[in-house]
Design a binder for this molecule. Structure first.
Ligand code: UDP
Ligand code: MG
Length: 320
């Protein structure tokens, strides 16, 4: 096993987590020590905390932890709150620069089962580049969150982004995955979609979700909606296509309507004069306008894809 030893980094996004961050770090140091003692990871494995602009004592506690545990604790502090996705990206970038063979991201409240980290590392040693944590259930989520999350994953699947439901940001990424992430410069990267779409060898590990021990969820209705919208618009131009399709259907509908109105006018003589022309023109031009918007949408979609500047492809193997 010793030739298979890897340097593991654990990244933790923290936003106003003064109540839990110390216990979390100490628990995770215990987890690291345990995996180190089994010879699976190197002794310079470390924890990297990202303070996402906390207003409480989170950063002070992180500095104290650094003083106590030395460079096993590393981290960075944002100037303001940028949200969990950006904190995670900063963590992934940070540990790539510092150096590691693989990195695991976990929430500061340790709702995810930290003992699964060892299984993640085992899967990594078996050759997986991504190990994705899948929640066994959503018992700890509110009714609202449970169903909106389910709808979100359903919708993403319909829109062509095939993320498994109950996916989470509790995952291991290999050095290789980190290098590829470095080639993506887009601003609003949605990590769950990104890692899933990459096509790297992925393993899935199921874990149990615990209730949050202390403090409260940092997500509210608006931040969840914004995360979901970002996920959809960063990965799919299908909503733009839907506009064109709607326009096209409306135009078709207007032809059917025209037929009906003409029958009423010329065979049944039941319509007042001028009404038929008005109705037909209204329906036809309404549809035409939506359809044209859809065409503009197609070009917008192209621009959107170009602007993101994603690498055209990632080579798996090359023989030279
Ligand atoms: N978080 C963050 N920035 C934010 C919101 C949340 O870094 O703007 C962190 C938070 O500190 C925690 C993780 O993201 O480590 C997940 O947040 P939380 O536990 O509140 O979400 P929930 O478990 O309710 O989905
Ligand atoms: Mg939580």
């Amino acid at each position: 096993m010793s030739e298979n030893k890897s340097r593991l980094a654990i990244i933790i996004p923290c936003f106003n987590e003064e109540l839990v961050v110390k216990t979390t770090v100490e628990t995770l140091l215990g987890v690291l020590d345990n995996i180190i003692s089994k010879g699976k990871i190197t002794e310079d494995s470390y924890i990297y905390l990202i303070d996402d602009g906390s207003k409480d004592k989170t950063w002070e506690i992180i500095e104290n932890l650094r003083a106590t545990y030395g460079d096993r604790i590393k981290g960075t502090k944002f100037i303001r709150n940028y949200g969990n996705q950006k904190a995670l990206i900063a963590g992934l970038t940070g540990v790539r620069e510092i150096g590691c063979d693989c990195v695991v991201s976990i929430d500061a409240d340790l709702q995810q089962d930290e003992n699964a980290i060892e299984t993640f590392v085992d899967e990594f040693h078996k050759g997986a580049d991504i190990v994705s944590g899948i929640r066994n259930d959503r018992k700890t989520d509110s009714f609202f969150k449970k169903y909106t999350a389910l709808c979100f994953y359903k919708l993403m699947n319909i829109l062509g982004v095939k993320i498994p439901p109950n996916h989470s940001d509790f995952r291991l990424v290999s050095r290789r995955g980190l290098e590829i992430l470095g080639q993506y410069s887009e601003e609003g990267l949605f990590l769950r979609g990104f890692f899933h779409e990459l096509g790297l060898k992925t393993a899935y590990v199921h874990f149990n979700v615990k209730p949050r021990a202390l403090g409260c969820s940092k997500y509210n209705f608006f931040s969840l909606t914004s995360l979901a919208l970002n996920g959809i618009t960063a990965f799919s131009i299908v909503p733009l296509r839907i506009i064109a399709a709607l326009g096209f259907l409306t135009v078709l509908g207007s032809f059917a309507l025209a037929f009906e109105v003409l029958v009423e006018k010329y065979l049944l003589h039941t319509t007042p004069s001028g009404w038929a022309t008005l109705v037909i023109l209204l329906a036809f031009f309404g549809g035409l306008q939506i359809f044209c918007l859809g065409i503009i949408g197609e070009y917008l979609g192209q621009i959107f894809n170009e602007v993101k500047g994603r690498p055209r492809y990632i080579k798996d193997i090359e023989l030279k």
